[in-house]
Design a protein around this ligand. Structure first.
Ligand SMILES: Nc1ncnc2c1ncn2[C@@H]1O[C@H](COP(=O)(O)OP(=O)(O)OP(=O)(O)O)[C@@H](O)[C@H]1O
Ligand SMILES: [Mg+2]
Length: 330
């Protein structure tokens, strides 16, 4: 294992073999030593993941993180996946499209009222360029913040022309400008949504190609999902034919409870190819990180939560190039 974040493998097979050999050299652990077994699992995940460079998608992937259910881990997933992809060497832009501004907080971005934000884009038609700010402590990661001003946007947008396509137009113009100026292409755009299916979420569905749905592993997890899928179908039919649910991520998983295991199984049965193998555990470190204006990827990079998000990001990036993220008939 290397501690140099800029280290790149000479060839992926050679690199995989090297990592496998290090994992094989770890001391054995069995059922009688559960703590050691857990440490061993985390150590081997660290060896498998650290310093890995993720593959670049053929074109910018725009993903909206949505679930109208509150508190299921949308924002936590948005910021941590974004930071994990950026750590994997990719260029990532987060659009905080939720008036709560939680994604902006977690990325250490100033989002007091009046700061140029997604509100200016949606309501005043401002160019995105003037709103993009670099995230604290992570290279290649930027954010369009949300301020409290956005809480009025839902109503202000109602009477506006092209109210559903404002975010898409602004993003396309910004991505194009970057290319024209010879700046690095953005590989991933992740859009965080509020817990509702109003005009803000509609804008997020219209700007995206893919939807990622975080599902919390608890009772009622699947309730409301059909409403979400129906809304996505409506957007497909009328505003964005290319939109599809590409990814489902199980969050706040506590493997010690039967309930979490049952919910996870049920989700996997419903969406076998969309559900990522990586599952995000319930972890105190994940929930603490935002109060330090950080993601868990910098707050405690070796914690199980950070490793899980790194695993999820790797899977997402691998699927992005192998075509698994394409539309399927699930
Ligand atoms: N893996 C986790 N382990 C522990 N706590 C978590 C985890 N993921 C999220 N949380 C906590 O759960 C709460 C809800 O998470 P989050 O804000 O990401 O959900 P959300 O879907 O964005 O909520 P909202 O619908 O309000 O936007 C937060 O307090 C967060 O810190
Ligand atoms: Mg949120």
């Amino acid at each position: 294992m290397t501690s140099d974040p800029n280290w790149t493998p000479s060839s992926s097979t050679e690199d995989d073999q090297r990592r496998a050999a290090i994992v094989a050299s770890l001391p054995p652990a069995d059922q009688d030593t559960p703590l050691l077994a857990e440490l061993r699992v985390d150590a081997s995940r660290r060896i498998q993941l650290s310093g890995r460079v993720f593959p670049r998608p053929d074109r910018t992937r725009v993903m909206t993180i949505a679930n109208q259910k509150g508190g299921v881990g949308k924002t936590t997933t948005t910021v941590n996946l974004a930071a994990a992809l950026a750590k994997g060497g990719l260029n990532v832009l987060v659009i905080d499209n939720d008036p709560q501004g939680n994604a902006s907080t977690a990325l250490g971005i100033d989002h007091r009222a009046g700061v140029p934000s997604v509100y200016d884009i949606l309501v005043d038609g401002a160019p995105m360029e003037g709103t993009v700010a670099p995230a604290a402590g992570v290279d290649n990661l930027w954010c369009v913040p949300a301020t409290i001003d956005l809480s009025g946007a839902e109503i202000e947008l109602v009477s506006m022309v092209a109210r559903e396509t404002r975010l898409r137009n602004a993003l396309h113009a910004y991505l194009q400008q970057r290319v024209e100026r010879g700046e690095a292409r953005i590989d991933y755009v992740l859009v965080d949504c509020p817990p509702s299916l109003g005009l803000l979420t509609v804008n997020a569905f219209v700007v995206a190609d893919e939807v990622l749905i975080p599902i919390q592993c608890e009772y009622y997890a699947l309730e409301g999902l059909s409403q979400l899928l129906k809304s996505i179908e409506l957007i497909q039919a009328h505003l964005n034919p290319g939109l599809h649910v590409s990814t489902i991520l199980l969050t706040m998983y506590d493997g010690r409870t039967n309930l979490a295991q049952q919910v996870a199984q049920e989700v996997r049965d419903h969406f076998p190819s969309k559900t990522l193998d990586a599952t995000i555990p319930r972890s105190v470190r994940v929930s603490e990180a935002p109060s330090y204006g950080q993601t868990v990827m910098t707050y405690d990079p070796s914690s199980s939560g950070a490793l899980a998000y790194l695993e999820a990001a790797r899977e997402l990036a691998d699927r992005g190039v192998s075509g698994t993220a394409q539309k399927e008939g699930e």
